[in-house]
Design a protein around this ligand. Structure first.
Ligand SMILES: [Zn+2]
Length: 210
């Protein structure tokens, strides 16, 4: 993992059991880089992460949310704004931030929103938007999404671990899927650590504690 992360300092993995690890970083900048680069997949499995301090008990931790960049496609130009993204993407999960210029407008083929996605809820495939008399289907694509359950649409399990899929296969029904690889969004930045600069030298990616 540390090779994938390309860190400056050392990193130590301490196994806590039950596929749970405590990761210690030598350098704060490395920790920030890893946390802001989420989600991470290892061997196609989602690596859920949480920032902890020494006052918490490991047993009290609940890994329930993971931040993703979600792309909102087919938005009318008037809605390509930070305010709209905040409000509209709220149905996906808690909105951490919207990628937009300093004046609140966004340009590009889609609006990118950083959202804390609930691992136990089905991924939202899109949502209708009514603007004037017109209805628009806004589709959602999840960047860097790898494995998830094509049956239930959740990130917390997949494939053979799916109870619904097993139940269907035990019956004579042909398994049908409502979710698929088309939920994956092509990342817009080839380098995910690419720091985008806006106007006065502000740095859009520097949000610690996401
Ligand atoms: Zn499932």
């Amino acid at each position: 993992m540390s090779q994938i992360w390309k860190l400056d300092g050392w990193v130590i993995f301490k196994e806590l059991g039950d596929q749970c690890f405590l990761i210690e970083f030598q350098k704060m900048v490395d920790k920030d880089k890893v946390l802001s680069g989420r989600p991470w997949f290892f061997d196609r499995h989602l690596l859920t992460m949480m920032e902890v301090d020494e006052t918490v008990s490991i047993h009290a931790l609940q890994f329930r949310f993971e931040p993703f960049w979600v792309q909102l496609h087919n938005l009318p130009l008037a809605t390509m704004t930070e305010d709209f993204g905040q409000q509209f993407a709220g149905s996906i999960g808690h909105v951490i931030r919207v990628e937009a210029e300093a004046d609140g407008h966004a340009w590009g083929r889609c609006l990118r929103v950083r959202v804390a996605v609930d691992l136990h809820k089905p991924l939202l495939r899109g949502k209708w938007l009514k603007l004037g008399e017109k209805q628009h289907w806004i589709s959602f694509k999840y960047e860097r999404l790898q494995s998830f359950c094509f049956k239930c649409g959740v990130l917390s399990h997949k494939g053979r671990n799916c109870a619904r899929l097993r139940a269907e296969q035990q019956g004579d029904e042909q398994a049908s899927y409502q979710f698929g690889p088309w939920l994956r969004g092509q990342p817009r930045n080839t380098n995910i650590f690419d720091r985008r600069r806006y106007g006065g030298g502000g740095d859009g990616n520097q949000h610690s504690g996401e």
